[in-house]
Each structure stands twice: as C-alpha cells, then as structure tokens.
Ligand binder design. Structure first.
Ligand SMILES: [Fe+2]
Ligand SMILES: [Fe+2]
Length: 265
C-alpha cells in the first residue's frame, strides 16, 4: 500500500479508475484536476478527513488495489493540530477569507450584469471597466498579492498544489486582459465569454482555498508563523492604495444595490 501512497494520484487513478470514484465520494476532486502529480498520501493529508472516514476510505481503496487481500494501511501523517470538520481560521487566514467574500459578491453579479449588457452603451461599458478594475486592483493586486508574496512563501511553492493555485491567478489575469480587449473591439460575446470564464475559475479557486488549502495551511503553520503572517498582512494592507480599495468596495456595493432594485421591479 505504501508504494501507492507515495505514487502520484493521477497514476493511481489511471491504473485503478475506481479509486478516482472513491476519492470523489469523499469530495476529493482529483479526477478533474489537470495536474494530478500530487502524491496519494498528500492528497489524503491535505483534505483532513475525520479519522473514521479516512480509515474507511483507505480500506476501500486498498480493496480496489489488492482485491481479496488483507493489507495494512498506514495512517497518513499530519501536522499536529486538532482536526475538525468545522471551518475555522487563524486571524490572517480569516482576512483572506473575508476578502473572498467581496470577490464572490462581484462574481455572483456577473451573469446579471452581462444579461443586460449593451456593448454600445457607454454606461454599460463603464460597468465592465470598473468590474475589471476590481478584478485587477482588489482580487489580484491586493488579495492574490498577499497570497503570492507572503503566504505561499511559507510553503514549497514548487509543489503541484501551489502550481495549480498560481496558474489560476495567471489565468484570471489573462481573462481580465482579454475582457478589456474584447470591449475595445465592441465584441460583446468576447466580454461575456471571458468574464464568465473568470467567474467559473475564481468560484472553484476560492472554494479550494476556503475549504481545503487555507485550513491545511493553518494546521501546518506554527503559532509564531501565524503571528508573523498577521503583521506582514497588516503591513501589506497599509502599503495598499486605500482610495483604490474604497473604490472597489463601493463598486460592488453599488452594483449589488442596482441589481437588487431591478429584481424588485
Ligand atoms: Fe488564490
Ligand atoms: Fe484567495
């Protein structure tokens, strides 16, 4: 079993497709992930299943790999700290999760904005420009900036999980750029396609961070590192363009108000 725990999960799934189905049942979405070179043992560790759940899942996996044999299943090693199903965060991680809330508010509004979007209306084009400004200034510079320049530095950034997260950030930037290019050409469909793709990308990305990555990071960091993170985040927020952040927050609240009013008409 040890041999498969130390093998890239995609290899295990390719050899034993049933393992992919079992992982999915435990909400471990390795089948759709296009990287897949994370090791099976790391995948199990990072998802922090309850003891009983992990035992049951590993027993099912071992029955697929070694049918009819009794195999000893080593328990995956974890970084200390209490395991809990409930999502709780340290103060610096909570700050990032709170920033996600505002980002999620904007991306939830994107379909409504696009539904009535007239590429030839200057007011409508302004909304798209402000929306992309939010993506660049708030979601990317302020928020992804803290993740990339501070938080991820505490971990092995060359590992697949971080490569996946960084690739998502890069892809988000390219959708923001392509949205403005399409807008410039008055290409309505291009604006719709890129903003909707951004929405789908960030929705999944934030879910992965909130539910898996950040809780795992919190379990892995020492108390001293959490304290350090907190002061580094404070310093980054102090250096940020306060007026720019305020403009982004106002943009989301105004769009939200506008569409709430239209819904009640
Ligand atoms: Fe991120
Ligand atoms: Fe994030």
């Amino acid at each position: 079993m040890e041999q498969y725990l130390n093998a890239p999960v995609k290899e295990v799934i390719t050899k034993f497709p049933k393992v992919g189905k079992i992982l999915e049942e435990y909400e471990i979405g390795c089948v759709p992930c296009n990287v897949g070179s994370c090791l099976l043992k790391d995948v199990v560790e990072i998802h922090n299943l309850a003891d009983e759940e992990e035992k049951e899942m590993m027993a099912r996996i071992s029955r697929v790999i070694y049918p009819g044999q009794e195999v000893e299943i080593p328990r995956t090693e974890r970084q200390g700290k209490v395991r809990s199903k409930e999502l709780t965060y340290s103060p610096p991680m909570k700050r990032l999760v709170d920033e996600h809330v505002l980002i999620k508010k904007w991306i939830a509004l994107i379909p409504q904005v696009l539904e009535i979007f007239d590429v030839h209306s200057e007011d409508d084009r302004k909304i798209i420009i402000e929306g992309v400004n939010f993506i660049r200034s708030y979601a990317d510079r302020l928020h992804h900036g803290k993740e990339e320049d501070i938080l991820f530095k505490y971990f092995d950034e060359t590992s697949d999980i971080f490569k996946t997260m960084l690739d998502d950030h890069v892809e988000g930037r390219s959708h923001a750029k392509a949205t403005l290019e399409a807008l410039e050409k008055r290409d309505r469909q291009g604006v719709v396609d890129h903003l909707m793709a951004y929405r789908a990308l960030l929705t999944e990305h934030i879910k992965k961070e909130d539910e898996i990555l950040f809780p795992w990071m919190d379990r892995s960091l020492s108390v001293k590192q959490v304290g350090e993170l907190f002061s580094k985040f404070n310093a980054a927020d102090d250096r940020a363009d306060q007026d720019g952040i305020e403009r982004c927050e106002k943009f989301v609240l105004e769009i939200e108000k506008k569409f709430r009013k239209e819904e009640s008409k």
